[in-house]
Design a protein around this ligand. Structure first.
Ligand SMILES: CC(=O)N[C@H]1[C@@H](OP(=O)(O)OP(=O)(O)OC[C@H]2O[C@@H](n3ccc(=O)[nH]c3=O)[C@H](O)[C@@H]2O)O[C@H](CO)[C@@H](O)[C@@H]1O[C@H](C)C(=O)N[C@@H](C)C(=O)N[C@H](CCC(=O)O)C(=O)O
Ligand SMILES: Nc1ncnc2c1ncn2[C@@H]1O[C@H](COP(=O)(O)OP(=O)(O)OP(=O)(O)O)[C@@H](O)[C@H]1O
Ligand SMILES: N[C@H](CCC[C@H](N)C(=O)O)C(=O)O
Ligand SMILES: [Mg+2]
Length: 477
């Protein structure tokens, strides 16, 4: 691609036009002679410091935010914002060939995006999915390391999706993704907001910043679908610039649920939008999944599918991996694997399970290292409030000492009388939970959901699949 064609939407330059062979913002990536290097200043590394060295390596030019005294520099005001736009141009603007649906919120993104994809696929549409568990192009599965990919990976994925004939791409848009402008230049047909509760304060600092980060999605979408059961959702309805529709499980809203019946493995309710009333059966438990299913119905209507059609499409959906997933035991107790890793998610999933539990609800959980430390004690307090017994263990310790993390967690149990055991090794903890299971117990393994790994110090990833560990433990009974 020619330089002028590539950069025309982000900058002007007096450099001669030339053939560009590649584009990166990472010194660790392989660079070909003739590449463009975009200097991004992060918390730990500043790409500007590597600009000269990247030109020496053969880069054709660097894109930077200040005069670096280099003869092959192109100055822009914001390189983080420029990079995705360059990636979009590099891949021939695939985002314009797709109808993008973005889902944001602390919890529910993976559930909603996955269900929308399953419903649309059931109607014979070829759909792209971008999210925490994996990326999907139709039936093809592409592993991922992020919820919202870094710009180069994102636009490369869009290109593959457009080339494969996908009409829609449904994606999770994380607050970090918005904050770091990973989706700059994208326009969304629909933007969904689920809820805003405590998480990621390590990145955003305050709930207000977290709220503002998510709000950015609504500057770049045609229509918003907003959960007004959430107080921040109510606030969005007064502050966002785009038209919106609302959903609620308790109040008057464009899309609402009445006569809700909560069961162990699913929910039933009467859907109402003021015009139609229709019985819904959705195979995922908890009131929060009534809410998630309303978001799906609302979003699908924006895409041209009536609520009745979407509700009929729910029949074939048997849940989402690692989201209140029942792991078969063949015994008189139940094991559920769930991805709850925030105080609110724990409250929701545990109270949903407790409602229909005959025996004790025992929650095994830990907290991730290198992530929001301020959610640890509130997670423990939430678990203590809604479970009968706790097994406090590790999640992904990353670079932190697992026992230090557990000490932070246990601060949330001070003054509570919920009994607990502490067991640093998660495999050992699961074995202990299974060995000590009593009749009618429901053991909730929280926090890792779909993950089939554990992340240790230095980014070392070991294979760890809760389903396999449970099977191992059952064999020892
Ligand atoms: C906390 C956080 O979000 N950090 C992101 C942030 O890191 P940072 O500001 O420290 O950046 P940096 O490492 O200093 O790098 C700055 C620039 O220099 C480059 N670099 C860096 C090092 C080097 O040797 N050479 C080099 O060129 C980097 O490619 C980057 O362009 O900017 C980087 C570049 O854009 C991201 O890769 C990095 O994501 C890290 C890896 C991460 O773990 N992010 C997670 C928390 C995240 O984004 N999670 C959300 C979802 C959460 C959810 O599902 O709830 C997600 O969307 O996945
Ligand atoms: N609407 C909801 N409200 C509150 N909690 C929810 C909701 N939907 C799901 N949960 C809980 O949160 C957990 C995570 O759900 P899900 O993976 O759908 O969210 P997410 O927004 O994609 O999370 P992440 O940001 O980590 O990708 C679930 O396992 C469940 O415990
Ligand atoms: N995707 C989220 C959730 C991770 C869940 C948990 N397993 C952990 O590692 O903390 C994050 O990066 O914060
Ligand atoms: Mg997710």
């Amino acid at each position: 691609m020619r330089l002028y064609e590539l950069i025309k939407e982000v900058a002007e330059t007096s450099l001669p036009d030339m053939e560009i062979t590649g584009l990166t913002s990472d010194t660790r990536a392989e660079v070909t002679e003739g590449s463009i290097f975009v200097c991004i200043k992060g918390k730990t590394f500043d790409g500007h410091d590597a600009a000269k060295q990247m030109l020496e390596k053969g880069c054709a030019a660097v894109v930077c935010e200040r005069d670096l005294g280099l003869d092959k520099q192109i100055i822009v005001s914001d390189t983080r914002a420029a990079f995705p736009m360059l990636c979009a141009a590099w891949f021939g603007h695939p985002e314009r060939e797709l109808e993008l649906i973005g889902v944001t919120g602390t919890n529910g993104k993976t559930t909603i995006t996955t269900v929308i994809k399953k419903v649309l696929s059931g109607f014979g549409c070829k759909v792209g999915l971008i999210g925490t568990c994996q990326n999907e192009i139709g039936d093809e599965i592409i592993p991922t390391a992020r919820t919202t990919p870094e710009p180069y990976d994102l636009f490369e994925l869009f290109r593959k999706m457009a080339d494969a004939g996908c009409k829609y791409t449904i994606m999770e848009v994380s607050s970090q993704g918005l904050e770091q402008k990973r989706v700059q230049g994208c326009h969304f047909r629909v933007g969904v907001f689920t809820n805003l509760t405590q998480d990621h304060l390590d990145v955003h600092g305050t709930m207000e910043n977290y709220y503002q980060a998510k709000k950015m999605l609504f500057d770049i979408c045609d229509t918003a679908i907003i959960n007004i059961d959430d107080k921040y959702g109510e606030r969005y309805t007064k502050e966002i610039p785009c038209p919106y529709k609302t959903y609620s499980v308790s109040k008057r809203a464009d899309y609402r649920a009445e006569d809700v019946m909560l069961g162990t493995d699913g929910v039933k309710y009467v859907f109402s939008d003021g015009k139609v009333k229709k019985n819904v059966s959705f195979n995922m438990p908890g009131l929060f999944n009534v809410s998630n299913s309303l978001a799906v119905i609302a979003c699908m209507e924006e895409l041209g599918y009536t609520p009745c059609k979407t509700i009929a499409g729910f029949e074939k959906i048997q849940g989402v991996r690692g989201r209140a997933e029942i792991i078969p035991t063949g015994r008189d107790f139940t094991v559920i694997c769930d991805y709850a890793h925030t105080p609110d998610a724990l409250i929701n999933v545990l109270s949903a399970i407790k409602e229909s539990a005959k025996g004790k609800v025992k929650c095994l959980f830990g907290c991730g290292g290198n992530r929001d430390r301020t959610k640890r004690a509130p997670m423990a307090a939430a678990a203590a409030e809604h479970a009968d017994f706790l097994i406090v263990t590790s999640d992904n310790p990353r670079d932190e000492d697992p026992d230090d993390i557990i000490n932070d967690v246990l601060k949330g149990l001070e003054g509570k009388d919920t009994p607990y055991v502490r067991m640093t090794d998660r495999r050992e903890a699961i074995h202990w939970a299974i060995k000590n299971a009593e009749k009618d117990d429901i053991i909730v393994l929280a926090g890792k959901g779909h993950e089939d790994y554990q992340i240790l110090a230095g980014g070392v990833k070991i294979h760890f699949d809760e389903r396999e560990v449970v099977a191992e433990a059952l064999k020892e009974l």
